[in-house]
Ligand binder design. Structure first.
Ligand SMILES: *Cc1c(COP(=O)(O)O)cnc(C)c1O
Length: 423
């Protein structure tokens, strides 16, 4: 399937949701199969030794890929399911290139290990996903890479001052952000971060920017458009969307993604052919799933905001004009998405009682699947965050996080209502 079709001399550019049905794949490659098969194979036969030599030269970047792309060698290096998936994923973010991984953490760690070196400083927004934070603070520290943090409350100038006073002016290697932040839905200004990276870049040292776009992407937020260098995903969440696969992705320019891919080939953190195939299937319904869940979430958030047992609802669709967060929202988000957090009247016990009383919504971590999931950040996903930090981020002991799925909205509301009645 091509991105553009021509009829009677007129060009039609196809929408991303249309391209998800077949972009990057041609039925004639596989006996006319309308769907790309699973290439469950570890290695590929070369037609002759010269081909084999050239394919390795392409893999090492010393030869330009031919018209059919780089030749297939070995499934740690390349595989049709992964290559087709990568082409298809570039469509949403309008990226030059993509690399897919066996998990979101594999995508983040492989990219950061390739792009930073000992002595570099990584500036990261907070709060961020627990696994990412552990990797930054504990693993990167072992390799001599220091992490500095900033939060939603910090201005451009405060962040610049912090980097300078921390002696990192000439050492800053990357700014990493996660927005909206989990679980509070706080927004970090992407443009501001890109600007800070420019401020610290010199002629021979570019400060890179990377953004974990798991919560709104790839349908509702396009960071590359705002100047971000690298977009990262836990494809386990919305991209996979059925709570049945762990996967990740990294997108950006050809130059950066090729570097990340060479590290991936060495670490062996690529996705398996079956994972690639499952994600190709998931992408066909991505926009439908995300749009339905977001519409439902807006209704649910409004309903929760008037419920007497609910103290406060943290949802992007409830931001009001005049709030600085609202102007950031308008600049960089295309929809409030489907993640709602809310504070239940009472203490930890009260929120536990609510969670234990749910009959249809499942009590589980993770998010972005077709089924609604609820969890308790302070006791579960964010339990490793130090108590004073939890307080600073607003992760209260009575805060509940809800990932809205695609069930009937009235059924979700019915369940939330009957469980809140038990509080
Ligand atoms: C889940 C998640 C990750 C980690 O992804 P895995 O696929 O579990 O490795 C990273 N970032 C965010 C925002 C996540 O929600």
């Amino acid at each position: 399937m091509d991105k553009e079709l021509i009829s009677n001399g007129k060009k039609k550019v196809l929408k991303p949701e249309t391209l998800m049905m077949g972009y990057g794949y041609k039925p004639e490659w596989s006996e006319g199969a309308v769907k790309c098969p699973i290439f469950q194979t570890s290695t590929f036969v070369f037609e002759n030794a010269k081909d084999g030599k050239e394919f390795f030269e392409m893999a090492h970047g010393v030869r330009e890929p031919g018209t059919h792309g780089a030749g297939l060698i070995y499934s740690r290096i390349n595989n049709p399911d992964l290559e087709i998936l990568e082409d298809r994923l570039t469509v949403w973010d309008n990226a030059e290139a993509c690399a897919v991984f066996d998990s979101g953490m594999a995508a983040i760690s492989t990219a950061v290990l390739e792009l930073l070196k000992p002595g570099d400083v990584l500036l990261s927004s907070e709060p961020i996903y627990g696994g990412t934070e552990y990797f930054f603070e504990t693993m990167l520290a072992k390799f001599g890479i220091k992490t500095m943090n900033f939060g939603v409350q910090h201005t451009r100038q405060q962040i610049i001052n912090m980097v300078e006073r921390g002696g990192a002016t000439n050492k800053l290697g990357m700014i990493f952000l996660e927005t909206p932040a989990n679980p509070t839905n706080c927004l970090i200004d992407i443009e501001m971060c890109v600007d800070i990276a420019k401020h610290f870049s010199t002629k021979d040292r570019k400060v890179l920017t990377a953004l974990d776009n798991t919560f709104l992407g790839p349908v509702f937020q396009h960071p590359l458009k705002h100047g971000i260098d690298l977009v990262l995903y836990s494809a386990t969440k919305y991209i996979g969307g059925h709570s049945d696969v762990i996967a990740g992705a990294c997108l950006g320019s050809k130059g950066l993604v090729n570097r990340v891919k060479s590290m991936r080939s060495v670490l062996g953190s690529m996705a398996s052919p079956l994972t690639g195939w499952l994600l190709l299937r998931s992408l066909e319904t991505l926009k439908m799933r995300m749009t339905t869940a977001a519409q439902s979430a807006q209704e649910i958030a409004l309903w929760l905001s008037t419920h007497p047992k609910v103290e406060k609802v943290l949802y992007l669709g409830l931001l009001k004009e005049g709030d600085p967060q609202y102007s950031i929202y308008k600049k960089q988000c295309l929809s409030p998405g489907a993640m709602i957090s809310f504070i239940v009247n009472g203490d930890e016990q009260a929120s536990f009682r609510f969670l234990d009383s749910l009959k249809m919504v499942k009590l589980a971590v993770s998010l972005g699947g077709t089924e609604s999931l609820a969890e308790h950040p302070a006791a579960m996903t964010h339990s490793a965050v130090e108590p004073h930090k939890r307080k600073e981020f607003g992760i209260a002991d009575n805060l509940v996080r809800l990932s809205v799925g695609v069930e009937a909205t009235e059924d979700i509301i019915w369940d939330l209502d009957q469980a809140l009645a038990q509080v």
